[in-house]
Design a protein around this ligand. Structure first.
Ligand code: PEP
Ligand code: MN
Length: 370
């Protein structure tokens, strides 16, 4: 059972103590208090743990300070909406607001290779007014002989250049918990020139120790990528590990499923699950069309397959688009075949804006009919 207190309740509120005392008066019941800092208000939730089946809702609903009482219906208790009982929660990080209502595009290098290439990307992003990007330093590769990323060595210039071009968030994969400390130290040394969102890649979607480690993080948000060969339910439960550690700043990202049924795309595009994940969880939902489609093929209509897949996700309400770009894809050390050219980015963004307008119009129509 989850008791949602009225917004902006002070941490030391006597009302909160009363609710906790009543909850803990039931045999074996423990409580956990979670504060969610949204953009405009903070919400306190009291989680009742243990044998809560016999705990009645009514005595809690009588408290003036209680907004509502929600019965847990999903195993992923902290990220779940529980049949619509809980609202989506967005978060603000380094001046950027991410929620189920916003949309941000994160174009960038799959893997940092040279400062010159990175600077070309960041300069363009600044010209286009984009403050969010992706840059890989620690790359999980299928073969040990492939480029593994430049590792911690590139972090100083990645963060310095990000700061120089006004980048507020760099989505960066971590494959081991030690990478979190390396990122934190480099950010500190850069004078907090930018911010980092810790990316959990699809291969680590069930690396529970890594998930627990990023769940302990109190500052950096997490971009959790759906496991490519497990069920959605399993991915959501894995994502729950991050939230139970205490870190609620999570974006859930769809990136395609590994099945040859999706051929010739690299992964079977699963963006029809955008509204599903938005309904099941409180999290903003991202899409990664680059790793889903995996190639720069163009349709007979002149539109890139990657742009078509993106439009499918955005028109269904996606909140984030992770996109590979590279100044010279043929020379990229990782995933060059799926990188868009820099000159393709402005048109790609126009396309995203068209799909987003269509989504907003669809929402207006749906609201008018209900
Ligand atoms: C990536 O974004 O660089 C990546 C490796 O993605 P995924 O984990 O989805 O394959
Ligand atoms: Mn990649």
């Amino acid at each position: 059972m989850i008791i949602v207190m009225k917004a902006n309740l002070p941490e030391d509120s006597p009302h909160l103590r009363q609710v906790v005392a009543l909850a803990e008066s039931y045999p074996g019941v423990r409580t956990e208090i979670r504060r969610i800092q949204g953009a405009t208000r903070s919400v306190t939730e009291v989680y009742l743990l243990g044998p809560t089946g016999v705990v009645p809702q009514a005595p809690f609903e009588e408290f003036e300070s209680v907004e509502k009482v929600v019965r847990v219906t999903q195993s992923f208790r902290a990220i779940g909406r529980h049949d619509g009982g809980l609202e989506a929660v967005g978060f603000e990080y380094n001046g950027v607001h991410l929620s189920q209502d916003t949309l941000h595009v994160f174009p960038g290098l799959c893997a940092a290779d040279t400062p010159e290439n990175l600077e070309k990307v960041f300069r363009l992003l600044q010209q286009l007014g984009i403050v969010t990007t992706r840059t890989g330093a620690f790359k999980p590769r299928s073969s040990p002989y492939d480029f593994q990323g430049l590792g911690a060595a590139c972090l100083p210039w990645v963060f310095e250049l990000a700061g120089k071009y006004g980048i507020r968030i760099v989505a960066m994969e971590v494959t081991h918990e030690s990478h979190v400390g390396e990122i934190q130290r480099a950010l500190e040394a850069s004078g907090r020139a930018t911010g980092v969102m810790l990316q959990i890649g699809t291969r680590n979607a069930q690396n529970f120790e890594l998930l627990k480690a990023v769940g302990q993080e109190t500052e950096l948000p997490v971009l959790f990528k759906r496991g490519m060969g497990i069920t959605l339910e399993e991915s959501l439960n894995a994502c729950e590990y991050v939230a139970t550690g205490g870190n609620r700043r999570i974006v859930f990202c769809l990136r395609g499923m590994k099945t040859n049924l999706g051929d010739p795309h690299r992964n079977f595009v699963d963006f029809s699950h955008v509204p599903v994940v938005k309904r099941l969880t409180r999290l903003p939902v991202g899409i990664d069309p680059s790793h889903s489609v995996g190639r720069r093929a163009v349709g007979p209509d002149g539109i890139l397959d990657i742009a078509h897949a993106t439009a499918q996700g955005v028109i269904a309400g996606a909140n984030m688009v992770l996109l590979d770009v590279h100044p010279e894809p043929s020379k990229a050390l990782c995933d060059g075949p799926q990188a868009l050219l820099l000159e393709e980015l402005p048109r790609f963004l126009e396309d995203v804006a068209i799909a987003r307008r269509a989504y907003e119009e669809r929402c207006r129509l749906a609201a008018a009919r209900s």
